[in-house]
Design a protein around this ligand. Structure first.
Ligand SMILES: Cc1cc2nc3c(=O)[nH]c(=O)nc-3n(C[C@H](O)[C@H](O)[C@H](O)COP(=O)(O)O)c2cc1C
Length: 335
């Protein structure tokens, strides 16, 4: 199948009205399982995995996920077309719904391997990479990029970048609506300091109506996401706000015109068997509950919830009783 046929068959494009950003060390499989209990529809991205890690590393740990998490996009990092193609071949049997190439991450480690945001300067190489990935992929290959790096002029280079990469067969782009400064700013500062340029990303959708364009960066509420969608964008990707205040996701399916699938009590009840299974397999409570610390934020007891879990959940033997104790602290009457 060529990419056009794959795109025609794939249902994932509709999932992009809202997606949860790839976040290293945060959006692991436990985080995604938890998020999925709150939104049936949003596309969930994995943490970035580098192509060499996929090829040489522990595959099940890096690529495994629960069928309950679908739709899931695997994000790869790399800049060697042959290596990326091999990584896609290795990953394919795991059954992700989409494979995404990271062209936005500014960290030093990533720059030294010549991938991530530095690739904004090398659109022809990105085109070679995605062409090689598409040739091996049974699912759509997509790109997450910035609007530019360093001294680049975004209004000039971004359309040229999209055109070159789209010509290689990519139809869906996630655009983090700010530049990355490759020297002088930490990865964290690169998510905060360069100014956001939403109008430029919206202009890209008008200029390339045949592409699906998803905006990322600084979106904090569902209402803000709805306003952006109303301006013609195909999707909005939320990162930190969804992680830090996961209850935001409870109402997220309204972006597809559906009722919220679950209430919080139901989500918490459904986490219990998942946690129990993880503990029974030798896992630690903290590996799951660390992604839940942002729950109840702003409500009475939220601090207790966070304290009980962050202090106790990594201790050997911590189990569902500690989870229940934390819940009781946040809502004494629910006991
Ligand atoms: C802890 C953390 C890890 C991140 N890791 C990745 C990553 O692996 N790949 C990637 O493309 N972006 C990564 N990002 C960037 C996010 O995907 C997103 O582009 C950025 O946070 C802006 O969106 P937001 O303002 O909604 O958080 C990371 C962000 C955070 C906070």
């Amino acid at each position: 199948m060529n990419q056009n046929e794959i795109d025609e068959k794939s249902t994932v494009y509709g999932s992009h009205r809202l997606s949860i950003a790839p976040m290293l060390d945060w959006t692991d499989r436990h985080c995604r399982f938890f998020h999925r209990l709150m939104t049936r529809r949003a596309m969930l991205y994995t943490e970035m995995v580098t192509a060499p890690a996929v090829i040489h590393g522990p595959r099940e740990r890096l690529l495994g996920f629960s069928p309950a998490e679908h739709p899931v996009a695997l994000q790869l990092g790399g800049s060697d077309p042959a290596e990326l193609a091999q990584a896609v071949r290795v990953a394919a049997p795991h059954g992700h719904d989409e494979i995404n190439l990271n062209v936005g991450c500014p960290s030093d480690r990533v720059q030294s391997g010549c991938f991530g945001a530095v690739l904004m300067e090398r659109p022809a190489l990105v085109a070679d990479c995605v062409a090689a990935m598409i040739a091996e992929s049974p699912v759509p290959v997509t790109v997450k990029c910035r609007i530019g790096v360093d001294e680049q002029e975004p209004s000039e280079i971004l359309p040229a970048f999209l055109e070159t990469v789209a010509a290689a067969g990519v139809r869906h782009f996630v655009i983090h609506a700010r530049k990355a400064w490759l020297q002088g700013l930490s990865p964290r500062e690169n998510r905060e300091i360069p100014p956001l340029d939403y109008p430029l990303v919206i202009a890209m959708k008008r200029r390339f109506p045949e592409l699906t364009i998803c905006l990322n960066g600084g979106v904090a509420t569902l209402s803000q996401a709805e306003e952006l969608l109303a301006q013609g964008l195909d999707g909005v990707m939320i990162g930190r706000a969804a992680y830090n205040e996961p209850e935001l996701l409870i109402g997220a399916d309204r972006l597809w015109g559906c009722e919220p699938p679950r209430d919080l009590d139901r989500v918490l009840a459904d986490m219990r068997p998942y946690i129990a299974e993880h503990l029974a397999a030798g896992g630690r409570l903290h590996q799951i509950t660390r992604h839940m610390l942002g729950l109840f934020s702003g409500r009475p007891g939220a601090r207790h919830w966070r304290r009980i879990l962050s202090e106790g959940a990594s201790r050997p033997g911590a189990g569902l009783d500690l989870f229940d104790e934390a819940l009781e602290a946040v809502r004494p009457r629910a006991a």
